[in-house]
Design a protein around this ligand. Sequence first.
Ligand SMILES: [Zn+2]
Length: 122
Amino acid sequence: MAECRGRNGVTKRRHKNRQQAEAAANKAASIIGKELHAYKCPNCGGWHLTSKQETTVKVQVPSSAKLRRKLQAYGALLAAQQRRFDESEAKLAAAKTKAEQENAEVLAALEVMSARSYGRRL
Ligand SMILES: [Zn+2]
């Protein structure tokens, strides 16, 4: 039977059953002051200890349908954000155009006024 290793590469001690594993967990907890949990190993069928909260370690692989749904939801969110961005960009462009027009009108009016005053002086 292959040995099971933890994430740190250390061989995990295998216990025959839950009782033994929990007894070892309690003993370890009193020594290191850290709560340990027993879980049934899907790999070797024995029991190991973990500091993780779950008593069984499950590797949850989302289904492709679920991933596709998530991706679609994310895509919709992005599209909505893009739309809002485009709208604000359009508003900004319109405001800029309006400001430029007003500016041009003011400049034209100033030119007329200064031309008049020059005209009077000349
Ligand atoms: Zn194992």
